[in-house]
Design a protein around this ligand. Structure first.
Ligand code: ATP
Length: 594
């Protein structure tokens, strides 16, 4: 197939304003393409040379392209640079340059689609020393045999500026028209695309085998499935009304979505929410997840969070991103170790599970997942009709450092690529920050792990209630200490240690060690949230709930303060209410803006 036939259709597509017309042109293009190269045509039409999840970038800069154009046409680069602004588009420039040269030569070879495609693949894959020169030579090679119109599109494709406005969905429409008897199988085609988003391969299969070909498309290890997404509602009550009384309420971890493919021999590939291959920066995840599903082939849907290695607490999302940026992987693995929570199973040992109910998928997932310290099953609760229970679980989830809940319909199938109502998220809506530190009393401690073995990993902190003359817990604090402070801590607190909870402390939490409430520390958190466990503010803001400080950090000891000078319960309640007002204002503001 000659590239000029494709270029002519691109020219028509470029000129059209009607979507149906565009689909028609594409349909004709696809029908006139030999099936065995239809994948190549589809990738090129989308301005690419592979499925987008492969992340292969042509990425040829304009400067480099002008060098190639100059080499191919004999027109000096300065001259091209002069002409470029007048034409305003790299494609038009290439067309102009090649037409000037074409006037003087007659012996050019016809360019085939295969040759253009293979050359572009080589351009994309050229790396290392001499890669730039090689790219220039490769591009110049096809440009010297190109007709002006061909040069226009080659220029735009290599510089990633094709902009025909053809998207995956348009290609699916055209494929339906061309090979699947119009619209009858359009939905099925899209479902297949959602589980196998390599649109070139799909095109080839339906061109070669028609409707029967559709059935051959299945979940395949190494090809990412488009993830199912969640809707959002504002309250537990609304959610229960929407889904029905029986639900799965799952922690909504604030980390990175990971679709993890594991082969029988332990090989692993990890895909992000946007289907990028993120296997490389997560050697730890590869290891512990493959161990947890040893002997099986699986596709797991998971969320991976960074944790504080010393306390096991979940850290905010940003900390995980160090993996991709600031730190080297090795160092990030130590400073920000991860835990992966699996919440769905899409494929097991050759069997596609998408059409099974969540109830059943979960059962199978539980059976095959041999949990270890780092590869865990999502924390969830099955709730039947009790809105209050759902609210409480939400508060618990927030207190544990998550964003809230994803509530799911146990009877639902896995809808790849769809934001449906069988998954609904309930997020904490506070956006305000806690800007003022508080002074809290140490009433207990928990032994540390890892680097903190032998000292405390976290302290149990309480606010003071002058009316009742008691201390009520408001957070577990495990961050913000220097190594020296940590090392000194057992000794520093030794004098206050007792073997039971002090009678003036009101707590629902069992600590490893208890103290007489004396030592005061300054603490800064991210915000104050409702809590099903902490006793500060209990029943005073909401029935059966207290208040907790989220992500508390140690700012220093307040040796100038005694326990009665600590921040009071009433002050914490006030801060919580203030914060709510700020949120309401911000929410109205953003609603007005929307
Ligand atoms: N138990 C869970 N089930 C499903 N998704 C979860 C779960 N825990 C955490 N998540 C994360 O929450 C997201 C679900 O929300 P949604 O589908 O709306 O994604 P989003 O558009 O990225 O939104 P958000 O910004 O709220 O994460 C998932 O993409 C996933 O990364």
């Amino acid at each position: 197939m000659n590239f000029i036939d494709v270029a002519k259709i691109y020219e028509k597509i470029e000129a059209t304003t009607g979507r149906l017309e565009m689909i028609d042109y594409l349909k004709n293009l696809f029908l006139s393409t030999p099936p065995e190269i239809l994948d190549k045509i589809v990738y090129l039409t989308l301005g690419n040379i592979a499925a987008s999840f492969e992340g292969i970038e042509l990425g040829v800069g304009e400067k480099l392209f002008l060098r190639a154009l100059s080499l191919a046409t004999g027109i000096p680069q300065e001259r091209l640079e002069e002409e470029y602004p007048k034409l305003g588009d790299i494609g038009k420039l290439a067309e102009w340059a090649v037409s000037k040269k074409a006037a003087q030569s007659f012996f050019t070879e016809d360019l085939t689609v295969e040759r253009v495609f293979d050359t572009l693949s080589k351009v994309a894959r050229a790396t290392g020393e001499g890669a730039q020169d090689l790219k220039v030579r490769l591009i110049a090679g096809i440009l010297s045999d190109a007709k002006p119109l061909e040069a226009r599109y080659i220029a735009r494709i290599v510089t990633e500026k094709l902009r025909l406005g053809v998207r995956d969905m348009t290609v699916l429409d055209a494929l339906s028209e061309a090979f699947l008897k119009g619209r009858a199988y359009r939905d099925k085609l899209e479902r297949k695309y959602n589980i196998y988003p390599d649109i070139g391969k799909i095109a080839k299969v339906v061109a070669e085998k028609g409707i029967k070909g559709l059935d051959e498309i299945t979940i395949t290890l190494g090809i990412p499935v488009r993830p199912m997404l969640a809707q959002r509602l504002r309250s537990a009550e609304e959610i229960m009304e929407k889904i029905g009384p029986r639900i799965f309420a799952e922690f909504k971890y604030d980390g990175e979505r990971m679709q993890i493919h594991v082969w029988k021999d332990g090989k692993v590939k990890i895909f992000s929410r946007r289907l990028e291959d993120i296997t490389e920066p997560y050697p730890d995840v590869r290891e512990y997840v493959s161990k947890a599903v040893e002997g099986h082939e699986v596709v797991l849907d998971c969320e991976t969070v960074a944790i504080n290695p010393d306390t096991g607490e979940i850290l905010p999302f940003q900390e995980l991103m160090h993996r991709r940026r600031k730190y080297g992987v090795e160092e990030a693995m130590k400073t920000y170790p991860t835990v992966t929570y699996a919440f769905d199973l899409l494929y097991l040992d050759g069997r596609e599970l998408l059409d099974e109910q969540l109830d059943d998928r979960r059962k199978i997932l539980k059976e095959i997942l041999k949990e270890n310290e780092k590869a865990r099953l999502v924390q969830y609760e099955e709730i039947d009709g009790n809105v209050e229970e759902l609210e409480r679980f939400f508060e618990h989830a927030v207190e544990m450092g998550t964003e809230g809940l994803v509530v799911k319909d146990p009877k639902s199938i896995y809808q790849a690529g769809v934001r449906g109502w069988s998954w609904i998220k309930l997020k904490r809506s506070y956006i305000s920050k806690m800007i003022e530190p508080v002074d809290l009393v140490v009433v207990g401690a928990f032994w540390g792990k890892g680097k903190r073995a032998g000292t405390y990993g976290a302290l149990l902190m309480a606010a003071y209630s002058p009316e009742e003359d008691v201390f009520k817990t408001v957070c577990k604090m495990g961050s913000g200490f220097t190594d020296e402070e940590l090392a000194r801590m057992p000794k520093l607190l030794e004098d206050y240690k007792i073997d039971h909870k002090h009678p003036s402390v009101i707590s629902n939490i069992e600590a490893d060690v208890y103290f007489v409430p004396v030592k005061v520390a300054q603490v800064l958190g991210d915000e104050i949230t409702l809590s099903p466990t902490h006793t500060c503010g209990w029943n005073k803001v909401r029935k059966n709930a207290g208040l907790a400080i989220r992500f508390p950090r140690f700012m220093g000891w307040r040796d100038d303060k005694g326990p009665q000078d600590a921040t009071t319960e009433e002050e914490i309640i006030e801060m919580y209410k203030e914060q709510l007002k700020v949120v309401e204002v911000e929410e109205t503001k953003s609603e007005e803006e929307a």
